[in-house]
Design a protein around this ligand. Sequence first.
Ligand SMILES: Nc1ncnc2c1ncn2[C@@H]1O[C@H](COP(=O)(O)OP(=O)(O)O)[C@@H](O)[C@H]1O
Ligand SMILES: [Mg+2]
Length: 367
Amino acid sequence: MNESNLNIDIIDVPEPIKDKLRSLSSNITIRKQSRKGACGWLFFGENRINRQKIAIKFYDWGGDTSHAEPQNLAAIKSENVISILDAAFVNTDYAYFLTPYCEKGDLDEEICSGVQGNSRAVKLTRDVLSGLSFLHTAKLLHRDLKPQNILIDDRGRAIIGDFGSVKKIPDGSNSVPGSGHSLIYRPPESVKNGQYGITGDIYQIGLLFFQLLGGHFPYEESAWLTQKQLAKYHATEDCIDKQLFATDCIKKRIVASTVADTSTLPPWVCLPLIRTITKACNKEPRKRYSTCNEFLAHINAIRNEIHDWQIVAGLPTRFGTPNYRIQFDKKHSIHYVEKDKDSGWRKDNTFTNTDMPNLVREIETRV
Ligand SMILES: Nc1ncnc2c1ncn2[C@@H]1O[C@H](COP(=O)(O)OP(=O)(O)O)[C@@H](O)[C@H]1O
Ligand SMILES: [Mg+2]
């Protein structure tokens, strides 16, 4: 029986994957192939019996024995790591994971919808660190932690997905080769000498935290180039040469550890948060947090210093007693503050500044 909406015969995937899909479709209605799966073949469907929505991700493991075995990953039980409902090798080239489908999508969609503020960024980062600690305990390195690979469950929690780059740390060693994926997220040591250990994953979480807090993190490669480099980039006609040049410039930037430029963070990101990012993304792996638990403990320790700034209806709002928010007066092109002491928002004329960063600072002195 094949009631799937997708015509498996005509899709453009390797034959062994088609065969596997045909056999899986006796229990699963395969609804569609996702265009998002860039490094594999991703399908969404529904379990015919319990109606659970699922995702099936096929990837090329190419006989690489250092690749994490699907069974090792399936043994990980954390609410912040996507649960594996089924996983197996298809043959010596391909393997697949069957996981629940997350309707809320991935963290990149959330980041692209606008900065949400300190509390949400801290919460999501804690979720990811907590999930990652389970992988590390199992001696597994994710190697591709970035917003597109973090899914959001229906309770708004972050869960680690995309195990396509996960590798097991071999006995007697503490690192593996770095993943070639997602250049901008690669830690300096992986660009320099191809090495990647636990602190490589910590670096990637540092970048994730930076992005969640609203740091400047463009996705177009040319946006990472200096003016001088950009001029050469535009003057280069050959596409491959252009790409190689951009890659080289980005690698230099990674090695110089200037990817997470904390001066681009919004003004409500306080110094303890900035220091946290700087430490997690340190050029030297040994100067970063050495484990997820150390990183988590640090976030817990600075909790009281992080004020609850959220962006509500586009307005930076600091929740506390009282609540403050920053409004913009279009007519006079100035910012001003409103205060809410549980009786509605009223203009607060005691503030002297008229620009956003200084008003944020002024509000912070009122705590
Ligand atoms: N279980 C899932 N639920 C919802 N969306 C998913 C799921 N798995 C993957 N996706 C979406 O598909 C994208 C690509 O999937 P991913 O496993 O990261 O494959 P790739 O190896 O191609 O990056 C993700 O960034 C996410 O947007
Ligand atoms: Mg991915």
